[in-house]
Design a protein around this ligand. Structure first.
Ligand code: F6R
Length: 366
């Protein structure tokens, strides 16, 4: 049932070209420029005019919410907040009439997320679910939503659910932005095509498998890792660090690259691997200077870069190359090498990557 792979985690990482495709299929028609999502269509007016969107989630799903924050604000011009469900439920959050809450959850059973949306629903918010498990508890509480269609995720560490969440959230943002006319026709069509091209590009990223396996061998004995990214890739840095912690038990931190100077840079010496999520985007020059700063302090730079980038390799000890893509969809590509890196480091250290210690697949108690 692992389909020839050593672990479910590896199988699920490799399934991503298919799962992302399954998620887009029947919804996004890039040639016609249409996005069909009935649950979202039903609430389109409310979403378009929402004074605020609040994403509620935990863990990896919370990271998907952070990427979505950038996408919704950019495309839809609606203020977005991203909340840890556990924090949101216990404070006395301000919820105004018309606020739209998007609950993001693979399992649909995470206790904190469930209670957080129940409370918000009582206060009059509209609850949309971006969920993988059909008919789950969160699905039952939600007014509407869109499933991720990633299929069962068995590995405890979330991989394919994350990219499917990003695909769904991007489709929702595009649909709303188009209807609201906060992006022009041309950009809308470009982004529809960019999204449709993601599955094939993910397949190309997976060709880096052997390269990443070698890198894992090289860096597996490090005690700490730093992951840095900016913009759409900042949450990807957080996700890369979380994956490594879960699977390899190596301490890792994700940071917005520019925040490094406000503290974490003190950690940098010749023993510290620093993973830069540095695909080409509006911030690229900025992150290149951050790379220079790490190199100047003798840190080991591993960078995830866009094909054709000739500058980053001169500042990196190791590079992982991903195909060119619009910055809005880039996280679905740049996260893949980080999933593989965590996987191969865990395997190299002899750990049970499908069932990391102390973790449960769904956290149904708070
Ligand atoms: C990370 C991981 C967890 C989950 C979190 C939320 O690899 O698996 O951080 O992402 O427990 O779970 P769901 O998405 O089921 O609500």
């Amino acid at each position: 049932e692992k389909g020839g792979y050593d672990h479910f985690m590896l199988k699920e990482i490799f399934e991503q070209p298919q799962t992302i495709y399954d998620c887009l299929r029947g919804r996004l028609d890039a040639d016609k420029g249409t996005i069909t999502m009935s649950g979202i269509q039903q609430y389109a007016e409310q979403i378009m005019h929402a004074p605020r969107i609040i994403m509620i989630a935990c863990g990896t799903s919370w990271h998907a919410g952070l990427v979505a924050e950038y996408i919704f604000e950019e495309l839809c011009r609606i203020p977005v907040e991203v909340e840890y469900a556990s924090e949101f439920r216990y404070r006395n959050p301000v919820i105004n009439k018309g606020d739209v809450i998007i609950a993001i959850s693979q399992s649909g059973e995470t206790a904190d997320t469930l209670v957080a949306i129940e409370k918000a629903k009582e206060q009059g918010a509209i609850i949309l679910g971006v969920l993988n498990v059909v008919g789950s508890s969160i699905a039952r509480v939600s007014h509407a939503g869109a499933y991720t269609h990633a299929g069962p995720e068995i590995g405890v560490a979330s991989t394919k659910a994350f990219t499917a969440q990003l695909a769904v959230l991007t489709m929702i943002a595009l649909k709303i932005a188009h209807q609201k006319q906060t992006i022009d026709e041309e950009r809308y069509h470009v982004l529809c095509k960019e999204l449709m091209a993601v599955p094939d590009k993910v397949a190309t990223v997976l060709e880096q498998n052997d390269n990443i396996k070698t890198l894992a061998q090289k860096y597996k004995d490090a005690h700490d890792f730093l992951y840095l990214g900016r913009g759409y890739n900042f949450p990807v840095a957080l996700e890369g660090a979380l994956k490594l912690k879960e699977i390899s038990y190596i301490h890792a931190e994700g940071y917005p690259a520019a925040e490094m100077k406000h503290g974490p840079i003190a950690l940098v010496d010749e023993t510290l691997p620093v993973v830069f999520v540095a695909t080409k985007d509006a911030y690229h020059q900025k992150i290149v200077s951050n790379m220079q700063e790490i190199k100047a302090r003798k840190g080991k730079v591993i960078s995830v870069i866009t094909e054709g980038d000739t500058v980053s390799p001169t500042l990196s000890d190791d590079v992982i190359i991903v195909p060119e893509a619009d910055e809005i969809v880039a996280p679905m590509l740049s996260v893949i090498p980080l999933q593989l890196l965590a996987y191969y480091v865990g395997v190299a250290k002899g750990y049970d990557v499908d069932k990391p210690r102390n973790l449960a697949k769904s956290v149904t108690v708070e």
